[in-house]
Design a protein around this ligand. Structure first.
Ligand SMILES: [Zn+2]
Length: 283
């Protein structure tokens, strides 16, 4: 089963007078939203007690939870102390995910910094291997660290780089952010074949299961010559990408991903729209 979800709370959730994320459980269920991605992007500032409370609400509503790790993780950092911190941020995100009732954590792997791409990649690979062995010890393997394709050219994470990273551990799977890839490529994702080519890069290097159950982020994103500028909503007609050709590619390949919508404020409405579009493709 494909699962459609939201990244955080939508504007309409707050406009309707809701305040606490625990009440998003029933709110999402009522709208047919399958997954809620909880963001620790700006830091892991959720107590275990509150996480337990939120997790219980979502479990009761039957809405699955995933987690986004802090944005400042960087496995290409030349400072070993900072690498230690990045590892800790992933492990702590996973710990909170477990309390929330999930086992997927999305991670932005690295930025290039002042060194060559080659060196930045090598450093990231070595550090991700250390992360992988820590994951084995700490979680016993019940986790999926979703390494995300990134939208700015200065960030590590085009489809090839992420596919390579995902070969390093059974716990690493891709988080394919199609808005990011579209921004990186100046809008090349248009037709079903364009999306199939992206999946091909992953299918060439990874076992089918990792691609079948991949994590996906989807939103329209404004871009410039350096890549991503900002997230938009489905109202946008200029930048894209469109969901329908992605839906066709997913259907053709028989994939069952988690598709998380990261629209700017309308993620619930746009998730419902994606789900409807996909349903229509099945007819
Ligand atoms: Zn992300």
């Amino acid at each position: 089963m494909i699962k459609f979800g939201v990244a955080g709370n939508s504007r309409s959730f707050y406009d309707e007078g809701n305040e606490s994320t625990a009440s998003a459980a029933v709110w999402c269920k009522e709208r047919g939203i399958d997954v809620f991605e909880y963001s620790f992007g700006k830091g892991i500032n959720l107590s275990d007690k509150t996480a337990e409370f939120i997790g219980k609400a979502f479990a009761e509503a039957g809405v699955e939870m995933t987690v986004h790790a802090p944005y400042y993780i960087n496995f290409s950092n030349p400072d070993p102390e900072m690498i230690g911190k990045s590892i800790l941020y992933v492990l702590n995100s996973l710990k909170k995910a477990t309390i929330l009732g999930g086992n997927r954590v999305v991670v932005h792997p690295a930025t290039q910094g002042k060194v060559s791409r080659e060196i930045a990649l090598e450093v990231a690979q070595n550090n991700l291997k250390i992360l992988a062995s820590e994951l084995e010890q700490v979680t016993g393997g019940d986790c999926k660290v979703c390494l995300e394709t990134m939208g700015k050219l200065s960030q590590i994470g085009d489809e090839r780089e992420i596919a390579d990273f995902c070969t390093l551990s059974p716990y690493f799977i891709p988080c394919i952010d199609f808005g990011h890839l579209n921004a990186r490529s100046q809008g090349l994702l248009r037709k079903k074949d364009d999306f199939l080519h992206v999946f091909d890069v992953f299918l060439e290097k990874l076992p089918f299961e990792k691609v079948k159950y991949t994590h996906i982020h989807f939103s329209k994103i404004m871009y410039g010559s350096k890549g991503e500028i900002k997230h938009l909503t489905f109202e946008d007609t200029e930048y894209g990408p469109e969901f329908e050709p992605l839906g066709e590619a997913i259907f053709q390949l028989g994939l069952e991903p988690y598709i998380i919508c990261e629209s700017d404020g309308t993620q619930a409405e746009d998730t419902v729209a994606m789900k409807k579009t996909y349903k229509n493709l099945l007819k």
